[in-house]
Design a protein around this ligand. Structure first.
Ligand code: PMP
Length: 280
């Protein structure tokens, strides 16, 4: 396996960043994930656009142009012979003596790229079954719209889900509304046929899959309500599902051990999953 670190393709098991990297010390770094299908990036531009936005919000200089980055990513996919999988990118503010304030201008950001193979048949199998989620209090910071590696609350929530035998944790804000999953956005289909997902505010990551599915679903004639919903409302819903770059549209059939509708994956989730895959 090959990784890319600051301009060099390296053996993955030897690839390293410095102990005084801002990402390691302060989570002063952003990341991005693209799904790869048949060797091609899915929804590539949306993820590049979000990457630019994340960097801008943290005032980290872009280490390379989009064109150069695209070439490097393609080369990494080729070297690792990724058919189906994902590309992970991380950019930190770079290496500097530990000090909370930003390092001196000219400090070179750290750029890291890795790939991972994914068994998309297994993902499809999971989608046919549906997944369980648990609800947990949202303990994250106030700018979850920036895709930073500040992910400790997300990891604790995901582990809580695993410990409970569930696939994902839906985080709930202080007012009782679902924000999102630990690495996915949350949706329901109401009894009267509206698709509901939280607005893309500061409380959630603006999922690229979410944005694409909004376009796909509205052009397929679905009514969209961008508003927060509660766990109680989700349990009353006709269907529930989550979206992310690597899950696409994943039906949620149980929440906190209780079934959503009849506990089976719904037809709209399945239809939207196909429509999403066709679109990307
Ligand atoms: N929310 C969070 C917190 C995430 O980490 C992710 C995946 N990175 C998502 C939502 C889904 O975003 P996307 O559709 O762009 O993968």
């Amino acid at each position: 396996r090959i990784a890319y670190v600051n301009g060099r393709f390296q053996r993955h098991d030897l690839a390293a960043v410095h102990i005084e990297d801002r990402g390691f010390q302060f989570a002063d770094a952003i990341y991005e994930v693209w799904a790869v299908r048949k060797g091609e990036l899915l929804d590539a531009e949306g993820h590049f656009d979000r990457l630019d936005r994340s960097l801008g919000e943290l005032r980290i200089a872009h280490p390379v142009t989009r064109a150069a980055l695209t070439i490097v990513i393609r080369e990494l996919i080729r070297r690792n012979r990724i058919g189906d999988g994902l590309v992970y990118l991380q950019i930190s503010r770079g290496r500097a003596r530990r000090d909370h304030g930003f390092p001196p201008p000219g400090t070179r950001p750290t750029l890291v790229l890795t790939t991972k193979r994914l068994d998309l048949d297994a993902v499809a199998g999971r989608a046919a079954q549906g997944v369980s989620v648990i609800s947990v209090p949202d303990q994250r910071w106030a700018r979850c719209d920036i895709k930073t590696v500040n992910l400790l609350p997300n990891t604790l929530a995901k582990q809580a889900a695993r410990d409970a035998g569930a696939y994902e944790a839906w985080q709930v804000d202080a007012d009782g509304f679902v924000t999102e999953g630990t690495s996915s956005n949350a949706w329901i289909l109401t009894a009267d046929g509206a698709l509901v997902t939280r607005p893309a505010d500061h409380a959630i990551l603006h999922g690229i899959t979410r944005a694409t599915l909004i376009r796909v679903a509205t052009s397929a004639g679905y009514r969209l309500e961008e508003r927060p919903f509660t766990i109680a409302e989700a349990l009353e819903a006709r269907e529930a599902f989550l979206t992310s770059a690597t899950n696409f549209v994943m039906p949620v059939t149980r929440i906190d051990g209780r079934p959503v509708a009849n506990g089976e994956p719904g037809s709209v989730s399945a239809e939207l999953r196909q429509a999403y895959l066709a679109a990307v």
